[in-house]
Design a binder for this molecule. Structure first.
Ligand code: G3H
Ligand code: ZN
Length: 338
């Protein structure tokens, strides 16, 4: 099955009432762990790579790793850009072979968010990729805690969700319903009634961000109420680091880095498997198969997306020409979003 975009995997989830897990990856071990867990459970899956992860790893480098793993997968795998706030990053990700992108304009005034997200939707669709936007704000627990009253102020209203989705043409819509990014314990409950109300007026799959901190019961309820894509990053990072810590504690003299990375990869894979089961996407791989398997080919310096219904040009510049600006390809000084 291999490469897919959001529409390939979310349409059935939306129609049938389950959610597809969207798991953040920062390196090869994360990508392999996520795809391996999905294959073991015959589940469609979304590997997402944030703008911050691209700043860390390099867009072509991380895309090459993700695509190599996805292309061989026995299940549909979406390679999705997460939380992009810059159009140049969106453009470079699409050219590097991402099959889907998210533009996060949630900190912008409504009209600016509509304008920039619409541009991203156009860029994505021209390349045969899909686009997610966000309305309402999902905050971060990195520096402070949030009261329910404060969260309520940031939550998405059905009216703005309806207007935002219809004016931008997004394929999936991220909403703020009480979850908070970067929580290290599962303590949050989301507003399921609000999810149902938004679902009633928005015709595209809804996305829950900050899902690491949401309790299992509330996650199940959120999916029942209309969430079709569930984003998880922090929990996987904790599992990865936890495995490294215990491996090193067990044998502080270990000299082969693969020993610790192997344990870390296993830990991420079992955590992803648990989430897939919880979200109900196990054994749903076939539902997203064959509808729009994406193959990107480089032909005469042009990146061409070949899809079932014909071909669409991404552009006439080579990937190298567009990849030069911006990426620091090193450690970022400020704290990444994911
Ligand atoms: O976009 C990614 C997510 O919203 C992940 O949030 O790190 O709190 O699980 P999390
Ligand atoms: Zn997020």
């Amino acid at each position: 099955m291999g490469l897919a975009n959001l529409n390939d995997v979310l349409k059935d989830a939306y129609a049938s009432g389950y959610a597809v897990g969207a798991f953040n990856a920062i390196n090869m071990e994360f990508v392999q762990a996520i795809v391996r867990a999905a294959e073991d459970l015959d589940a469609p899956v979304i590997v997402q790579i944030s703008q911050a992860a691209i700043d860390y790893a390099g867009v072509e480098e991380i895309s090459a790793v993700a695509r190599a793993v996805a292309e061989k997968a026995s299940v549909p795998v979406v390679i999705h850009l997460d939380h992009a706030t810059r159009l140049d990053v969106v453009e470079r990700a699409i050219r590097a072979g991402f099959t889907s992108v998210m533009f996060d304009g949630s900190s912008l005034p409504f009209e600016d968010n509509v304008k920039l997200t619409s541009t991203v939707v156009r860029m994505a669709h021209e390349a045969g990729a899909t686009a997610e936007g966000e309305i309402g704000k999902v905050p971060s627990a990195a520096k402070r805690t949030w009261t329910w009253e404060e969260l309520a102020e940031l939550m998405t209203t059905p009216e703005e969700a309806q207007e935002f989705a219809s004016r931008t043409g997004v394929d999936a819509l991220a909403v703020s319903v009480g979850s908070v990014h970067k929580m290290k314990a599962q303590q949050a409950m989301v507003d399921s009634k609000r999810i149902s109300e938004i679902k009633r007026v928005v015709g595209v799959p809804l996305v829950l961000h900050g899902s690491s901190g949401v309790t299992d019961e509330s996650l199940r309820e959120a999916v029942r109420s209309g969430i079709a894509k569930v984003n998880i990053a922090t929990a996987l990072s904790q599992d990865f680091l936890g495995a490294i810590r215990s491996q090193l504690a067990e044998d502080p003299s270990v000299s082969d880095a693969r020993v610790v990375l192997h344990s870390a990869r296993q830990a991420v894979a079992s955590s992803v498997a648990e989430k897939i089961k919880l979200l109900g996407s196990a054994r749903k791989a076939a539902a997203g198969a064959g509808r729009g398997k994406m193959e990107t080919a480089l032909k005469g310096g042009e990146a061409v997306e070949k899809r079932g219904m014909g071909t669409a040009k991404i552009g006439s510049r080579t990937p190298k020409e567009v990849a030069k600006p911006g990426s620091k390809n090193g450690f970022v000084e400020d704290e990444p979003v994911e």
